[in-house]
Write a protein that binds this ligand. Structure first.
Ligand SMILES: C[S@@+](CC[C@H](N)C(=O)[O-])C[C@H]1O[C@@H](n2cnc3c(N)ncnc32)[C@H](O)[C@@H]1O
Length: 211
């Protein structure tokens, strides 16, 4: 199984040391994630999520696969007062940890916690969303696209993480990699989205809903 450096290690290190400091809570969450080997999106893509949300004035964000809230924290900081990040996560313990971080950050009003299957939970929320971010198990990536088609507003952005899948996309044929490849193809073939791939950390697809 390849484990390719998507970004040259020296460039990666340059980016990490050049970016400004995170907030104290984000730094703490990042340290916890690294210590546990928990696959959070990381600071560089985290800043991109925040950037995109602020660029389009996002007020309603749906997150599929929230873990203990690191990526949701970047969104919550972006949506401002009155904004809402709907979090979905399969494991109760992760959401309990997330609640603690948001409580300490004074941002509980900007998030909703949901435990269960992200795709099922998403169904209960009415459209439209400004941003949908998908970071669940890879075999479910194609199914998340149906949710986005139904629930994302025109002008909204669909984001998938791990779209380069540690380089497996270039040579592997296991089920998870096939699901990532299938999702990539479906996004590029769908003329209701304008999609691009960003080779940052593990790679993200950014899809602007154009109609
Ligand atoms: C990559 S981690 C999420 C990291 C988070 N987005 C971040 O960057 O901080 C994926 C999380 O999604 C959860 N998960 C995976 N598949 C899921 C599903 N179908 N429904 C709900 N949660 C799921 C896992 O328990 C795990 O916590």
């Amino acid at each position: 199984m390849p484990d390719l450096d998507i970004t040259h290690p020296k460039i990666y290190e340059y980016l990490e040391r050049t970016l400004p400091e995170e907030t104290e809570i984000l730094r703490e969450m990042g340290d916890y994630g690294r210590a546990q080997g928990f696959p959070i999106i990381g600071i560089q893509p985290g800043r991109m999520l925040h950037f995109l949300a602020r660029a389009i004035g996002a007020k309603r964000v749906l997150e599929l696969g929230s873990g203990f809230g690191y990526s949701a924290m970047w969104f919550a900081l972006a949506v401002g007062d009155g904004g809402k990040v709907i979090m979905t996560e399969g494991k109760q313990a992760n959401q309990d940890r997330a609640r603690d971080y948001f409580s300490r950050a004074g941002l509980l009003e900007r998030v909703e916690f949901n435990v269960g299957d992200a795709l099922e939970l998403a169904k209960k929320y009415p459209s439209p969303f400004d941003i949908i971010f998908c970071d669940i198990d890879k075999h479910d990536y194609p199914n998340a696209l149906a949710i986005a088609r139904e629930k994302l507003r025109v002008g909204g952005i669909l984001i998938y993480d791990n779209m380069l899948w540690q380089g497996r996309v270039v040579s592997e044929t296991d089920a998870d990699t096939r699901a990532v490849l299938e999702t990539t193809r479906a996004l590029f073939d769908d003329d209701t989205f304008f999609t691009t791939l960003v080779p940052l950390r593990d790679g993200q697809s950014l899809s602007l809903r154009v109609k």
